[in-house]
Design a protein around this ligand. Structure first.
Ligand code: ZN
Length: 332
């Protein structure tokens, strides 16, 4: 592996280079580059990612694509509050044929935008005819999950963690609703009901990630895997990728996402009708503090009562009641 031939994509028309592109051997490395904001995805990043993927597809010397994040995290999700939030900015649409959202209002605007930059883009990237690997470290939250899931393989470091906490906004999961297919229905419900983080190891046990390695070995492992894949015939790889994706869709993923996208937008619209905005008044800061207080509550909850010798007359039900009284109230 060498980065001798590495090239970096110029920042086009934007001062902030939100996506970096380089080529290492036969692997294109696409790096989300807003580390200050934990790689929160604004529309600019979406279109820069799309341009990077397109560049990789058009380069015959690139056989595999690795997607990663600069800084301490893969991606904390969609941009819901950085200074670079650009929901009001029009871009040339690439993913779906729909009108521009910026001169529309309410659900009309929201549906158009999210179908383009979230669901449509993710579906488009899933169909890239070259194998892709998400190299995940640190936070991979909500919209971050979407990007990891559209990749064919996921290699995670042991410190990676995953969550889709948008139910705190009253929203039934992120726009690219792959949860039941990549997590299994049972754990998908738990992850969504609680919004709790789950570890790389748990994700591995669920079959959501392919490898879990120490952080120091993440890049080496990922690029070694990419190198192995890159020796296979490119057309064969594109066909087998398509074969698996088609079977996944025959298992209902595509129509499932179409139906849940409607539920997602019912939730946005309900929030906007009954509250201050489509996100139920939540922003990055309040989502983080809600997650922290939920984590603190659950850390306090499972502490078992100190063992006490049962009184001779004490029934099991009586003992259970005692255990829930003062001292373990946080368990409720
Ligand atoms: Zn949404």
């Amino acid at each position: 592996m060498t980065d001798r031939d590495a090239t970096t994509r110029p920042a086009d028309t934007n001062a902030e280079q939100v996506v970096r592109y380089e080529v290492r051997g036969a692997t294109a490395v696409v790096t989300m580059n807003r580390p200050k904001y934990r790689n929160a995805q604004n529309s600019l990043m979406t279109y820069e990612l799309d341009a990077a993927f397109e560049r990789a597809v058009n380069d015959n010397d690139v056989h595999v694509i690795v997607l990663t994040g600069a800084g301490d995290h893969f991606s904390a999700g969609h941009d819901i509050g950085t200074p670079g939030r650009d929901v009001h900015v029009p871009y040339d649409r690439k993913a779906v044929i729909w009108w521009d959202h910026t001169d529309k209002a309410g659900a009309d605007a929201r549906y158009a935008r999210e179908m383009e930059v979230y669901l449509g883009m993710c579906r488009r990237w899933r169909e890239i005819p070259k194998p892709s690997i998400a190299m995940v470290h640190g936070a991979c939250i909500a919209g971050g999950l979407m990007l990891a899931w559209v990749c064919d393989l996921i290699v995670a470091s042991g410190d990676a963690f995953f969550a889709d906490p948008v139910v705190r906004m009253g929203i039934p999961g992120v726009e690219y609703f792959a949860h039941p297919w990549v997590l299994g229905p049972r754990f998908a419900k738990e992850a969504l009901f609680t919004g709790d983080r789950f570890s790389a190891q748990r994700a591995y046990e669920l079959g959501m990630v392919n490898r879990v390695v120490p952080r120091a070995e993440l890049a080496e492992t990922t690029f070694a895997l990419a190198d192995r894949i890159a020796t296979m015939p490119p057309f064969g790889l594109s066909l087998v990728k398509r074969a698996v994706n088609q079977c996944e869709d025959l298992m209902g993923m595509r129509p499932g996402m179409d139906s849940t996208f409607g539920l997602h937008h019912v939730a946005h619209a309900h929030n906007a009708e009954t509250g201050t905005d489509a996100l139920a008044g939540m922003n990055a800061r309040s989502m983080k503090s809600a997650a922290q207080s939920a984590a603190a509550q659950s850390a306090a909850a499972p502490s078992p009562p100190a063992p006490t010798p049962p009184a001779r007359h004490s029934s099991p039900r009586h003992r259970q009641r005692r255990a829930r009284e003062p001292g373990s109230r946080s368990a409720d």
